[in-house]
Design a protein around this ligand. Structure first.
Ligand SMILES: Nc1ncnc2c1ncn2[C@@H]1O[C@H](COP(=O)(O)OP(=O)(O)OP(=O)(O)O)[C@@H](O)[C@H]1O
Ligand SMILES: [Mg+2]
Length: 234
């Protein structure tokens, strides 16, 4: 098989004395959507933060196209084409939608994602382009957060809780946008509470349980019972 785009090898991470991840081995391949599932506190956000350089890890634990990048500064990791859509969106609330999008592009690379392309993907954002972050619905905020990440033209996008707290109709819109995003050559790791939705959107998944991978592979290779057991522990 081709060298993975992103390879986690024996990834350990935590907060001070508290260890949250225990030797994670996981690959993300070019053009792939990988769903990362697991119960509250399983370590999903820590894994995403580790990739992004937001929690300390050893250099060789994370490789991007073979280059060891673990523990580099977050801006260096962003500069290599990894973008984060963080839990809770974290827009600049005093700035307009358009200003938020432009900030995303500032340190990014050239590529297909421009303001127009983002507005084409999420027409609601074009209508609200002058509105401040504070005036957006939760769904619009998530669209703006995704748009801001895309504006950097990343090769990899990390979604932490892509649909948490959003109305079902908006969740549908956001998932409907995924193929267009992946179609421009972006690979993705998708953290999602809604396991059914995550597994139908992803080519592969990994389930975390208490900081370890309890099950991983193609969703169709496992029964619902297998996945439930891996999720809750049995
Ligand atoms: N800043 C922190 N300081 C100390 N411990 C933390 C911190 N953030 C997370 N933890 C702990 O690390 C473990 C993994 O947390 P993490 O946030 O990665 O889980 P998660 O799978 O994203 O959970 P959730 O579904 O609730 O978002 C948990 O035991 C959590 O309490
Ligand atoms: Mg989390």
């Amino acid at each position: 098989m081709a060298e993975p785009l992103l390879a986690l090898r024996g990834l350990r991470a935590g907060y001070g004395d508290f260890q949250a991840l225990f030797g994670i081995d996981l690959d993300l391949h070019e053009g792939e959507v990988l769903a990362l599932i697991g119960a509250n506190g399983a370590g999903k956000s820590t894994l995403i933060r580790a990739i992004m350089g937001l929690v300390p890890v050893r250099r060789e634990m994370i490789r991007l196209r073979g280059e060891a990048i673990g523990g580099l500064r977050p801006d260096r990791i962003a500069g290599r084409g990894i973008a984060l859509v963080p839990e809770g969106r974290r827009l600049f609330r005093s700035l307009s939608v358009e200003e938020n999008l432009l900030i995303g592009g500032e340190c990014g690379r050239p590529g297909p994602w421009t303001l127009d392309a983002v507005y084409g993907l999420f027409p609601a954002l074009r209508e609200r382009r002058r509105a401040p972050g504070t005036a957006l619905s939760g769904g619009q905020q998530q669209m703006a957060a995704i748009g801001r990440a895309l504006m950097a033209n990343p090769g990899i996008i990390l979604f932490d809780e892509i649909s948490l707290g959003l109305a079902p109709v908006v969740v549908k819109d956001i998932y409907a946008a995924l193929p267009a995003i992946i179609g421009t050559g972006v690979s993705a790791i998708l953290v999602e509470q809604d396991v059914g939705r995550a597994l139908s959107a992803a080519g592969r998944f990994a389930c975390l349980q208490e900081g370890r991978i309890s099950l991983a592979g193609e969703p169709r290779s496992f029964s619902r019972a297998d996945i439930t057991a891996a999720y809750f522990g049995a």
